[in-house]
Design a protein around this ligand. Structure first.
Ligand SMILES: CC(C)(COP(=O)(O)OP(=O)(O)OC[C@H]1O[C@@H](n2cnc3c(N)ncnc32)[C@H](O)[C@@H]1O)[C@@H](O)C(=O)NCCC(=O)NCCS
Ligand SMILES: Nc1ncnc2c1ncn2[C@@H]1O[C@H](COP(=O)(O)OP(=O)(O)OP(=O)(O)O)[C@@H](O)[C@H]1O
Length: 237
């Protein structure tokens, strides 16, 4: 399976690209969605956030007050590091399991949509890196329009990441999103063709993965039951 890291700067168009990739049937693992799931009410990560940032960081219904936490961490690097230290390990773990699941399901390609792919070092673990690019000025305009944010808030968010001009240095593929939505679609279609060409012939063996996965799971269950039986026998003696 070809694992592709999809990244870019904030609001350069990753989600728009990943929607198009999904329309071709490619599985996309979205780190932003995972980052929300791992801080849902009742999770260990949310408890740690409350310990670090105080009870005030929760809404009356117990959910995380995201705008409030955003206002803190996007204006204070030290606080952002604290939050990243809590949330990122859980996100990386969930991404690992999502990749493993797609692999066992015999998928030919798996795309990881991760805003902090470069900053977090995950780019070292993927076969190919695709960077969605647009100029910093256009990025700012799109960010303000999408989030209805002030120029100061948008700049603070943009500055919390490696500049897009530095991210492109890590790219195997650059998706230039400086034009219209239609221009972007043409580029993504080209990217999909290149990715399929990259998978070579080995993916043809991927139909083996589901039965192998089932056999592995059966083996784990069997081995656990053997261990349980041995423990029970030892207790009797
Ligand atoms: C600070 C939080 C609560 C703000 O939530 P909010 O709903 O306003 O933003 P959302 O999560 O939708 O993120 C929007 C974009 O901001 C950027 N961003 C988010 N977190 C970070 C961060 N820690 N550092 C730099 N950029 C970030 C990404 O480009 C992301 O796509 C939230 O972003 C968060 O929990 N961030 C830490 C987890 C993280 O790093 N997520 C990114 C994927 S790993
Ligand atoms: N080619 C384009 N022309 C005009 N607007 C665009 C274009 N591509 C994306 N946009 C808009 O720009 C905004 C940001 O795009 P998108 O949400 O896909 O970015 P993102 O990189 O996923 O952002 P984030 O890092 O916050 O997750 C959205 O409102 C989107 O509709």
């Amino acid at each position: 399976m070809l694992v592709v890291g999809l990244t870019g700067g904030i609001a350069t168009g990753k989600s728009t690209v990943s929607q198009r990739l999904q329309s071709f049937g490619l599985p996309v693992v979205d780190a932003d969605v995972i980052a929300r799931e791992v801080v849902a009410p009742g999770t260990p990560a949310l408890a740690k956030i409350v310990r670090a940032f105080g009870e005030d960081i929760l809404l009356p219904d117990g959910a995380l007050d995201r705008p409030k936490l955003g206002a803190i961490v996007f204006n204070d690097e030290a606080q952002r590091k604290v939050l990243n230290g809590i949330v990122h390990p859980a996100v990386w773990r969930a991404i690992f399991w999502a990749v493993a699941t797609n692999w066992l399901a015999g998928k030919r390609i798996c795309v990881l949509d991760v805003p902090l792919l470069i900053e977090g070092g995950l780019y070292k673990w993927v076969a190919k890196v695709a960077v969605v690019y647009c100029s910093p000025e256009l990025q700012l305009q799109r960010l303000m329009k999408r989030d209805g944010s002030t120029v100061e808030a948008a700049i603070a968010r943009r500055n919390a990441q490696l500049p897009i001009s530095e991210k492109v240095a890590y790219a195997d593929y650059i998706v230039d999103n400086s034009g219209s939505h239609q221009d972007l679609e043409i580029q993504v279609d080209g990217l999909v063709r290149k990715l399929y060409a990259e998978t070579g012939w080995t993916w043809r063996l991927s139909w083996l993965m589901p039965p192998v996965g089932i056999m592995c799971a059966a083996w784990v269950l069997f081995w656990n039951s053997v261990k349980r039986a041995r423990r029970a026998a030892r207790k009797k003696r």
